[in-house]
Design a protein around this ligand. Structure first.
Ligand code: TRP
Length: 472
């Protein structure tokens, strides 16, 4: 195929409809904001601090940083490259590209894994995102500051326990998040996603920097928090921690389930991919570390433990909020921050599903968003009930919520990421890869090398070790 023919094929609307698929971000900055909005979410602010706490601090952070740089970044570039080259929904992108490049049709499996993963991830993610809205309500209603005093720890633990025991309230939070997500996605790439992230992402950074300054200026424990995050203690590092670090690198960069492929499909030709990916991965990492530097000083200053697990942000931190000056206001700001970060991520999980439905059903964008979002809402009820009436329903020793979290972050995302790496590193022709990467210099060869050898070997080793370990 000649270059102009390839170009025509690439800009041509995909199969059935094509409106949304041909719509582009207004600029490269619009794309970067959307991708940063996707990457920065509960993963950075809720999960990262608590897994750092659980897995012992600095050594875990170091392994995580290596996973982001050596595997996450190359796979992120690969997803954007495949998305833009193939166009349309991720399934469409993989299928068309494989066809054009003369690869096996089986590669569209990558897109299918992505769609399945999107359902699973969004269904439990939205429930946790709902907690942040409910906590925003607690903070605004004075329930957190009212718990000040010696028994604040008990009161906060009981607030969280009572919340989890109440399916009605959990469903309310989950419903609000899914409704907002559907609302934004319905309005399209530029009118919905891009306008939303143009407000949300700068807002996120402003709030986060404010919180770090507050923690540094008032708690007196900033140095201790920094040492906890950055001083590695390798005796605390377990095999399990390495798997969790790798899985989290995928989760936090929103890779392994084609969300970034969908976003990349709307990137204009000629916009440089590697520098955009570097900005996305860099900003995502900075936010995770800053979240640690905002949360741990507050936690330490109240003599609390960093290893509280998933309750870190919803129990430990509110205990601290209840004790400090301006705690009520800070709590409102924090949970607002968490909610915004979550919403700019949930839209990126729904987007690939909606794009696929738009191509293959007569429902259009709005109808597809409502149907897919509605189905995910129903699946999410499983996670809601995992905390109360369905707590005893266990598979492999895990409740429904934990199972979804485990299967997606630790199995499906790494497998999806490995396939993306193999496709972009081996099956995609060097010419196509080079054109999309924007040059064939040292950086290009380093990228292909990481995709061919480092990412598959790293992901494979971690997956196999994990399988052997869980078989015992
Ligand atoms: N990266 C987001 C976070 O850290 C979550 C997320 C958004 C995601 N889109 C994704 C995770 C796609 C995996 C795949 O909270």
């Amino acid at each position: 195929m000649t270059h102009s023919a390839t170009l025509a094929a690439r800009t041509a609307p995909p199969a059935a409809t094509g409106l949304a698929a041909t719509q582009t971000w207004s600029s490269r900055l619009g794309f970067i904001l959307a991708a940063v909005g996707s990457a920065v979410g509960l993963g950075n602010i809720w999960k990262f601090p608590y897994i750092v706490g659980e897995y012992g601090g600095g050594a875990f952070v170091l392994v995580y940083l290596i996973c982001v740089a050596a595997i996450g970044l190359p796979v992120l570039i690969a997803e954007i490259v495949i998305g833009r080259r193939g166009g349309g929904s991720p399934i469409h992108a993989m299928r068309t590209l494989a066809q054009r490049e003369g690869n096996s049709r089986a590669w569209s499996l990558v897109g299918w894994i992505g769609i399945v993963c999107a359902f699973l991830i969004l269904s439990f993610y939205s429930v946790v995102a709902g907690w942040s809205l409910l906590y925003l309500g607690f903070a605004a209603g004075g329930e957190i500051t009212a718990s000040a005093g010696v028994d604040a720890a008990d009161k906060m633990a009981s607030l969280f326990t009572r919340l989890l025991a109440d399916p009605g309230r959990l469903i309310a939070g989950h419903t609000l998040i899914m409704a907002a997500t559907i609302f934004v996605v319905m309005r399209g790439v530029r009118g919905g996603l891009e306008s939303a992230v143009r407000i949300m992402v700068p807002g996120l950074f402003a709030i986060l920097i404010g919180l770090v300054i507050f923690a540094a200026a008032t708690t007196g424990e900033f140095a201790r928090a920094a040492a906890f995050l950055f001083r590695p203690n390798f005796s605390a590092l377990t095999l399990d921690a390495v798997l969790v670090a790798l899985g989290h690198a995928f989760f936090t960069l929103s890779i392994g389930m084609t969300a970034m492929m969908a976003y990349g499909a709307h990137l204009k030709r000629g916009d440089d991919v590697p520098s955009a990916a570097l900005a996305i991965a860099g900003l995502d990492t900075v936010v995770a570390l800053l979240a640690g530097l905002a949360i741990f000083p507050i936690v330490f200053s109240q003599g609390l433990e960093p290893s509280a697990g998933p309750g870190l942000v919803f129990v430990t931190l509110p205990i601290a909020f209840s004790q400090i000056a301006y705690g009520g206001v800070i709590a409102c700001v924090f949970f607002l921050f968490l909610g915004i970060a979550a919403l700019s991520s949930t839209i990126s999980v729904l987007e690939p599903v909606v794009e696929y439905m738009e191509e293959h059903t007569p429902f259009g964008r709005a109808g597809s968003a409502c149907i897919a979002g509605g189905a995910i809402w129903i699946l999410g009820l499983g996670s809601v009930f995992a905390f109360n009436i369905g707590a005893d329903v266990k598979l492999f020793g895990m409740n429904f919520f934990d199972l979804l979290d485990y299967v997606t972050a630790n199995i499906l995302l790494p497998v999806g990421g490995m396939l993306v790496a193999l496709y972009a590193g081996r099956a995609l022709s060097e010419k196509a890869a080079r054109e999309e990467f924007g040059g064939g210099g040292l950086a290009f060869h380093a990228w292909r090398f990481m995709l061919r050898y480092v990412a598959p070997a790293g992901i494979g080793a971690v997956l196999v070790t994990n399988l052997i370990q869980s078989a015992h």
